[in-house]
Write a protein that binds this ligand. Structure first.
Ligand SMILES: [Zn+2]
Length: 400
C-alpha cells in the first residue's frame, strides 16, 4: 500500500501540475503556444510514487523540474517532507539541487543552506551542519536559528568554549538570558580542568560561572569539590553547608561529602552537632537525609540513623517485608545492627531504581545529570526522596 509520504508527494506533484496548467493558460492568452501542462512526465512520476518507487520518483522529479521562482517553494516543501519522514538522503538531494541553481536570490540561498544544515543534523553529520550554521550565524535572516542550532551541536560535541561564545552572541541577538546555561558551560570547563589536575584554571572557570545571574549551584558545588581535592577541608565543609542552605535538594550530593570529611578528620562529634543543627533548621529534610543515607549506605551516625529509622517506620510498603517492631526491641547494639541490615538491603534496592528525575519532562536517571538528555534543559533534575518500591517490584518481576 502506498505510504502517507507517497500520497503527500503525489499531492505535491499535482500542485506542480496545476501550477504548470495555470502558467500555460496565462501564456496562451499572450498568444504563445504553450506545451500541454499535465503532461506524461507528471503521470510517470505519480505512477512511481503510487508504486512505492520513491527513489525513481525523486530522480524523475529532479530531472523534470527546473528550480525556478514558481517551483522553489514546492522544492522546499518536498525537502522538509522527506526530512520529517526520516528520509534524510532525499532531503539533502533536494536542497543541494536548490543551492546548485546559479541565479538563486540571497534569501533563498540562505533558506536552502539552513534547510540543508537541518538535514545534516538529522543525519548526524554534525561537522557539516556546524559549517553551514556557522556561515549563517555570521549574518543572515537565519542568524538566531543558526546560533540556536550551533549551541545544540557544541553541547553534543562538548565544545564548551565555542558554546560560551555562541551563547553570548545569542543572548545579544535573541534578547533573552542564557545565564544559567552559560554558567554550566563554565562548570564543564572547570570540571575538565580538575580532571587534568589544573586547579588554578578550574577556579578561574568557576569564578566566571558564578558571575552570572541566576547563579548556578553547580558552580558552588564544583568549588567545594576543588577545595576537597586540594585538601582544604575547612573551605570544603563551609561550602557544602552553604550549598544546602541555598538549596536543600543538593543534600543528596553534599551529605556523603560532609560525612566523608568529618570521618576522615575523626570528628564524628562535630558531624553529629552539624547535622543536628541542620535538621533543627530544616526538619522537613529528614526523609531526604534518610534516603540519601540509604542510597549511599551511610550509617553509625546517630542523627542519620534516627532519620533512617523514622523513614522506615513511615514507609507502609516496607512494613510488609520487615518486622519493624523488632527493631525497637533488644539492646542498643542489636538494634543498630538490625537497622544496618535493613538499610543495607534497602541500599541495594535503591541502587536499581532511578534516583533523579527531570522536573520538566520526567526523564529519570541513577546519578545527577546537570543537563537533561531528553529535554536538554539545565539543572532541572531533582532527587527522589523515597525508595520507589513499585519500580523495584516491577523490575524484579520483569527480570524473573
Ligand atoms: Zn528533561
Amino acid at each position: 500500500m502506498p505510504t502517507e509520504s507517497a500520497f503527500l508527494l503525489a499531492g505535491l506533484f499535482l500542485l506542480l501540475a496545476a501550477a504548470g496548467w495555470a502558467m500555460g493558460r496565462f501564456e496562451e492568452r499572450d498568444g504563445e503556444d504553450a506545451p500541454p501542462p499535465l503532461n506524461i512526465d507528471y503521470l510517470k512520476g505519480l505512477n512511481f510514487l503510487l508504486n512505492e518507487q520513491t527513489d525513481q520518483a525523486l530522480e524523475h522529479f529532479l530531472a523534470m523540474v527546473r528550480v525556478d521562482d514558481k517551483t522553489i517553494e514546492t522544492h522546499f516543501a518536498l525537502g522538509s517532507l522527506f526530512r520529517r519522514r526520516g528520509e534524510v538522503d532525499r532531503a539533502i538531494r533536494i536542497h543541494q539541487n536548490i543551492i546548485a541553481r546559479p541565479d538563486l536570490a540571497p534569501e533563498q540561498r540562505d533558506q536552502a543552506l539552513f534547510s540543508l544544515g537541518k538535514d545534516y543534523l538529522a543525519a548526524g553529520l554534525l561537522d557539516r551542519a556546524e559549517n553551514l550554521f556557522a556561515q549563517l550565524a555570521e549574518g543572515s535572516r537565519y542568524q538566531v536559528q543558526a546560533l540556536e542550532n550551533l549551541l545544540g551541536i557544541y553541547e553534543q560535541e562538548r565544545e564548551w568554549q565555542k558554546a560560551i561564545d555562541a551563547g553570548q552572541k545569542l543572548e545579544i541577538l535573541g534578547g533573552r538570558s542564557l545565564a544559567l546555561q552559560i554558567a554550566n558551560y563554565y562548570c564543564e570547563l572547570a570540571e575538565a580542568a580538575v580532571g587534568k589536575g589544573d586547579f588554578n584554571m578550574a577556579r578561574q572557570h568557576v569564578k566566571k560561572a558564578q558571575a552570572g545571574r541566576p547563579r548556578t549551584l553547580r558552580g558552588a558545588l564544583t568549588r567545594a569539590h576543588i577545595a576537597r581535592d586540594t585538601d582544604d577541608n575547612k573551605t570544603a565543609l563551609k561550602l557544602y553547608h552553604r550549598i544546602i542552605d541555598e538549596n536543600t535538594y543538593l543534600i543528596a550530593e553534599t551529605l556523603p561529602e560532609i560525612v566523608a570529611i568529618y570521618t576522615r578528620e575523626n570528628q564524628i562529634g562535630e558531624l553529629e552537632r552539624a547535622l543536628k543543627a541542620l535538621l533543627d533548621k530544616y526538619p522537613e529534610m529528614s526523609s531526604l537525609v534518610a534516603y540519601t543515607a540509604i542510597v549511599n549506605d551511610l550509617g553509625g551516625i546517630s542523627v542519620i540513623d534516627d532519620c533512617v529509622e523514622r523513614y522506615m517506620l513511615n514507609e507502609p510498603t516496607l512494613a510488609e517485608f520487615v518486622d519493624l517492631q523488632k527493631l525497637s526491641e533488644g539492646d542498643r547494639s542489636s538494634h543498630d545492627s538490625a537497622l544496618a541490615k535493613v538499610r543495607h538491603a534497602l541500599s541495594k534496592l535503591a541502587g536499581s531504581t532511578p534516583r533523579y528525575q527531570c522536573q520538566e519532562c520526567g526523564f529519570s536517571s541513577q546519578r545527577l545529570l546537570w543537563q537533561c538528555p531528553s529535554c536538554r534543559e539545565w539543572e532541572t533534575q531533582r532527587p527522589a526522596s523515597r525508595v520507589q518500591f513499585d519500580t523495584v517490584l516491577q523490575h524484579s518481576i520483569t527480570n524473573r
